[in-house]
Every structure is written in C-alpha cells, then in structure tokens.
Design a protein around this ligand. Structure first.
Ligand SMILES: NC(=O)c1ccc[n+]([C@@H]2O[C@H](COP(=O)([O-])OP(=O)(O)OC[C@H]3O[C@@H](n4cnc5c(N)ncnc54)[C@H](OP(=O)(O)O)[C@@H]3O)[C@@H](O)[C@H]2O)c1
Length: 265
C-alpha cells in the first residue's frame, strides 16, 4: 500500500487530508507536536479504513526536525509515496511590534523545514520514478499582506519554490502540487495569536471554507493531475484579479483597510 506523510496532521486541513487519503486506502505517517491527538487520529483512521496509520512527534520549528523525521521513516522501513508539507503557522500585527523570535520560528516552520523535508524525500521518489509532493501555501502567496507581512512573504516563498520544482520533477515522473487555501475554519488564527479584537480585523467579513472542503478540492485536483489548486471559487477569482493589479496598490489598499478596522476596535 502507498504511504503518505502529512505534516501538521493533528488538526485543521492536515487532519482532513489524512482522513481523505485514509478513505482512499493510503497508509499514513502523521507529523505534529501534539502526541495525544496524533495517537487518537491514527487509532481512529486505522480502525475506520483498515489502513496502517502511524505518527512521529516533531517540532518543525526546530532546524533538526526534518532530518530526524526522515531518519525515523528509514528506521521504520517506510517508502513515502506522497509527501504533504502542510504544517504552518501565521502571525498578525505590525511587523516591528511582533517578537522577532516568533517570526524567525515561523520562517523555519513554513519555509526551511518545508525545503528540508522536500530535499530529504525527493531522492527516494526519483529512484522509484514515482511520487507526489504537495506544498500548502495560501491566498497570501499571491500578494503582500500588511500586518501579516512575514507570514505572507513565507507563503510567496512556498509558491515560488513549489512552482519551480514542479518543472524540475517532471522528468522524474514526480507530481508536484501547490495548494492555496483561502480563509479556512481551523485553529490557525488562535495558533497565530490573532484571536484578539484587533487581530480579528485582519480576517473580518471574509467567507470561510471548512477543512473538509479544502481537502475535497485537493483530492479532485490530484485526480486531475493539477499542479496548482486554489480552493474556493471566490479565492480562484481573487487570485485572477490580484494578478492584474500591481502589488504596491494591493498593499496600500489592504494596509489602509486594516488600519481603519483595527482603530475601530
Ligand atoms: N486556516 C486558514 O485560514 C489557512 C489559510 C491559508 C493557508 N493555510 C495554511 O494551511 C496549513 C494548515 O493550517 P491550518 O489552517 O490547518 O491550521 P491549524 O489548524 O493551526 O493546524 C496546523 C497544524 O500544523 C501543526 N504545527 C503547528 N506548528 C508546528 C510545529 N512547530 N511543528 C510541527 N507541526 C506544527 C499543528 O499541530 P501541533 O500544534 O500538534 O504541532 C497542526 O496540526 C498551514 O500551512 C497554513 O498556513 C491556512
């Protein structure tokens, strides 16, 4: 059976993806920090779908985590057919006021660990001449986002990196896909520390998808061998529109809107 490794699988979009893949008879290796949640999910998915589900507890905000995960999969003799780099965190507020350590840890998780995971697992796929890599970015990958400046920049990185390796991987028969969710009902805002009144202004008034909807769109995209999946019709429209407007103008408008909303609180 095929084995899929999903980072950030203890909740939100990652958990929904784990469930969809399990229902399609993929064995799973789930990664996150919350061991209790991972153990529970593995138990539930293996009972419900008759697959093998196992987990590795790791903190991908630490530079050594990706190598430790790779070595552990080797020790367990696992062949990873599908790698989903989904774990990510956000932050919101004026850049200069946000703690630097948190911003740097976010870059380690959203970017450096994603690159490291991809680098460790690609050679096995190249050797087998088969495999799938899915990197989770965001609608923020299409524009600068004032008051979420580092988060949005981290997702621009994910988009650029993924679109580049999509082409590099084609001769090796490895399918690479970029997933760009829009606002989704998960623990994301809470984890990003933007649950307070001012933080809410950053996401106010937007329509949200469920993790299940996002996961369904990804599965459809996989079946159609797409390389980019933007989940949600309004998000797809938004991505097309933002491509027509200069980034400087988008940033100016968004900054003005956020400042206004934030002073309203
Ligand atoms: N929700 C949205 O509105 C939205 C929109 C666009 C893009 N996204 C992207 O979608 C992806 C998934 O986010 P989500 O919305 O599902 O958020 P979530 O509900 O907060 O889930 C994040 C997952 O990542 C794991 N994680 C966080 N920090 C980690 C670390 N240091 N090491 C290992 N695992 C870690 C969490 O598990 P533990 O806490 O157990 O470690 C959890 O399983 C992220 O890349 C995010 O940027 C989300």
């Amino acid at each position: 059976m095929k084995t899929a490794l999903i980072t950030g699988a203890s909740g939100g979009i990652g958990e929904a993806l784990a469930s969809k893949l399990a229902s399609r008879k993929h064995n799973l290796v789930l990664i996150a920090r919350n061991e209790e949640k991972l153990a529970q999910l593995c138990q539930q998915l293996s009972t419900q779908f008759g697959i093998q589900a196992q987990y590795i507890v790791a903190d991908l905000a630490k530079p050594e985590a990706a190598q430790q995960i790779f070595r552990e999969t080797q020790t367990r003799n696992l062949e990873i057919e599908t790698l989903i780099n989904n774990a990510g965190i956000g932050s919101g507020g004026e850049f200069s006021a946000l703690p630097l350590q948190g911003e740097l840890a976010m870059l380690q998780l959203n970017n450096s660990s994603l690159v490291a995971m991809t680098h460790y697992f690609l050679p096995q796929m190249q050797k087998r001449k088969s495999g799938t890599v899915i990197n989770v970015a965001s609608m923020a990958a299409f524009m600068p986002v004032p008051y979420m400046a580092v988060y949005a920049a981290s997702k621009v990185f994910v988009r650029s990196f993924t679109e580049a390796i999509t082409q590099e991987c084609k001769p090796h028969n490895i399918h690479v896909m970029l997933l760009c969710p829009g606002l989704t009902k998960t623990n994301f805002n809470q984890a990003a520390g933007i649950e307070n009144q001012k933080g809410k202004a950053l996401t106010e008034g937007a329509s949200l998808q469920t993790p299940d909807q996002v996961a369904d769109e990804l599965m459809n995209g996989l079946e159609q061998k797409k390389h980019v999946v933007i989940s949600g019709g309004s998000n797809r429209m938004g991505a097309k529109l933002t491509a027509l407007i200069p980034n400087s103008l988008i940033a100016k408008r968004m900054a003005a809107s956020y400042r206004q909303k934030m002073t309203d609180y």
